[in-house]
Design a protein around this ligand. Structure first.
Ligand SMILES: NC(=O)c1ccc[n+]([C@@H]2O[C@H](COP(=O)([O-])OP(=O)(O)OC[C@H]3O[C@@H](n4cnc5c(N)ncnc54)[C@H](O)[C@@H]3O)[C@@H](O)[C@H]2O)c1
Ligand SMILES: O=c1ccn([C@@H]2O[C@H](COP(=O)(O)OP(=O)(O)O[C@H]3O[C@H](CO)[C@H](O)[C@H](O)[C@H]3O)[C@@H](O)[C@H]2O)c(=O)[nH]1
Length: 326
């Protein structure tokens, strides 16, 4: 049985659905601090537990026949991590140490971990490969980078086996429209632009128009959440079979500017999106584009969804969930 920690969140819930559709047994461990019970697949077991509680973790590993772990639970707002780093070091780092400790006590040694392109910091070369230096520029990115280093040390000393998956910008929703992106507050570009399409907000602020990019707005590499789920499953199968640690980028290898995202939303929703060009948001690198050739070579993962499909699936979910009578 796979324990999916943070499986009631956006990316975790898609992984849970995907794993169940592949015939896996799943228990979700989540304290619902940012997750939602209604995102959890009905065939998954659910344990309402907090990584801060060794007792809750003990219950997880003693009451379920767990053989491996996928770990999505974290706080993930970059700006908040600058304002309140303690919150991030406690939950992302210290609480993950609780998880690893209880895993090892119970002789569970395989973990697939949600890392991020934020561990690279401001890129020196594009596209970013796994060889790129890791110089995170905010506490959120640093907690994820430290976790990667910690897992490496635990591997050497205690035999932990891990895959660190460095996602670029997760987006989109499951094709059947039953689950999708649901953050409160929402900070990500695509759902915020979809709110304008829905009429829930009048316009979107585009942060910065003087970047070194063709239209002056930031460029990001968007990757569909179901492609991420598929990568987690493949990574876990690799880990179980090969018992080898890995760090992999998960990206489409294509960059789109913020204005191109707005255009794509207009094309998919057939609505006009009002926007204002405003000041830069602090800490935004101008371009992030990932190279995922290593994931293709090693775990045979190739993303299936392009930007249009990402926005279409996001729109399908967004209308259903947040659209009221629309
Ligand atoms: N969304 C992105 O674009 C993106 C990009 C790169 C990396 N990531 C990483 O992917 C992971 C998932 O991101 P998401 O967007 O699905 O976030 P999310 O907030 O939707 O999901 C996180 C889940 O973890 C749970 N959780 C948090 N702390 C917990 C604790 N102490 N005990 C138990 N459960 C806890 C939350 O309730 C939630 O269900 C995070 O680790 C994030 O850092 C996300
Ligand atoms: O209202 C908004 C929101 C975002 N943006 C812009 O849209 C782009 C994408 O921003 P997101 O907040 O959607 O995503 P980020 O690239 O900032 O964040 C991603 O990368 C981060 C690391 O840098 C974290 O891993 C995070 O979870 C992940 O979504 C950025 O240029 C941002 O400035 C706007 O212009 N207006």
């Amino acid at each position: 049985m796979i324990a999916v920690v943070g499986g009631a969140g956006y990316i975790g819930s898609h992984a849970v659905k995907y794993l169940i559709e592949q015939g896996e047994q799943v228990v979700v461990f989540d304290n619902l601090c940012t997750g939602h019970l209604e995102l959890v697949h009905k065939d998954a077991q659910f344990l309402d537990g907090d990584l801060a509680s060794l007792e809750d973790l003990h219950t997880l590993f003693t009451q379920y026949p767990i053989t491996s772990v996928m770990h999505f639970a974290a706080y993930a707002y970059v700006g908040e991590s600058v304002q309140d780093p303690a919150k991030y070091y406690h939950n992302n780092l210290a609480n993950t140490m609780n998880l690893l400790g209880v895993m090892l006590t119970n002789n569970v040694k395989n973990i697939v971990f949600s890392s991020t392109c934020a561990t690279y910091g401001n890129p020196i070369e594009l596209p970013i490969t796994e060889q790129h230096s890791q110089n995170p520029i905010n506490p959120y990115g640093r907690t994820k980078f430290m976790m990667e280093q910690l897992m490496e040390d635990y591997s050497t000393a205690y035999g932990l086996k891990y895959v660190a998956l460095r996602y670029f910008n997760a987006a989109g929703a499951d094709e059947d429209g039953t689950i999708g992106e649901w953050h409160e507050p929402e900070s990500h570009l695509i759902p915020l632009v979809l709110n304008v399409a829905l009429g829930k907000s009048d316009s979107i602020n585009v942060f910065g128009s003087d970047f070194d990019t063709p239209d002056g707005t930031c460029i990001r590499d968007y990757i569909h959440v179901t492609d991420l789920a598929d990568a987690h499953h493949k990574a876990l199968q690799f880990l179980i079979k090969e018992q080898q640690n890995l760090q992999l980028n998960l990206a489409n290898g294509a960059g789109y500017s913020n204005l191109e995202i707005i255009k794509m939303v207009e094309q998919v929703t057939k609505k006009t999106i009002q926007y204002q060009l405003t000041d830069r948001r602090s800490g935004d690198p101008s371009k992030l584009i990932g190279c995922a050739d290593k994931a293709k070579d090693i775990i045979n993962w190739v993303p299936k969804y392009n930007l249009e499909q990402i926005v279409e699936t996001a729109w399908h979910w967004h209308k259903k969930k947040f659209g009221g009578t629309l």
